[in-house]
Design a binder for this molecule. Sequence first.
Ligand code: AMP
Ligand code: ZN
Length: 328
Amino acid sequence: MNNPGMKCTRCRGPANHRFPQHNVRFCDACLEVFIQRQVEKAIKKFNMLAPGQKVVAAISGGKDSLALWQLLIDLGYDALGLHLTLDLGPFSQKSLEASQAMAQRLGRELVVKSLPQLTGQNLEDIVRANRREFCSVCGTLKRHFLNKLCLELGADTLATGHHLDDEAGRLLGNLVRGHQEYLDQQWPVLEGLKSDEGTGLARKVKPLCRLAGSEIKSYAKSKDLPAAYGKCPRSKGATLPFYQEAVDILEERMPGTKRELYLGFLRRKGGPPPPPRPGGACERCGAPTYLDLCAACRLLLRAEEWVQEKKAPAGPGADQGAAKGHEI
Ligand code: AMP
Ligand code: ZN
């Protein structure tokens, strides 16, 4: 894609990155300035963080979250890393090692917790018991524990590495499926909710929301971030990548479509959704919920019941039936 002899739009030196969506070309140094400015702009426009604020960065080990961590530190935020291990074999191990390498490189603390240990159950059992797609179960549990741990770490804000491709793909999916309540909630900052019991909702912020995946990839490569590349072995059932591909086709033909789709949607929407209303607390874990149990505890309770049902010896009726069957 890059032409030899291409000149940087900012400094006129040799350029090695080209972004048709902005009609610009950059050298490594000017790319970094561009990326930082996009993140600063998102933080300021959407009122994500106060200068120097303590924030927990959710670190998966992929290029997006490592870039997020680097950028938050470079922009002066007190960003602590939090990584959840999923224990799904070599991919999980590579993701953990990448997160640890980044923590070492930044000289910052990385808190590591195991999702199966936090849930007390095997992820595959939880998926089977609930008859849901792996990604949807894993996503609900990750959100629940990232939120809980963020508050326990004494921060009220959790930053994730979601970027323009994630948000534009999700927007298209929500539009196609007519998920009005998700459309109402789609905004790069979601306000938190404090509760007296110390549980609650952390604020959720997405400082990379103005950056395309390809821009972050170029940045991660040029900064030589120790990211784990590759896909989660259990991501097969996810539909988001199809919507992202569809947006990419439009982007390829009409550069700028991706930004216009998402940023235009935000512009037309005009402002954030109303903050969450205080409701009840989950009977099991105390997390805010409008139901008796929060979404994560509903999954976990169903899995516990399922495991018990599997372990339980067949009841007396079943025994008689079996014996009868034997006699005949
Ligand atoms: P994904 O849904 O895998 O694209 O992840 C979106 C964002 O969620 C990442 O950029 C991270 O900020 C966060 N995240 C995903 N998986 C993990 C994990 N295992 N541990 C911590 N944060 C995660
Ligand atoms: Zn709960």
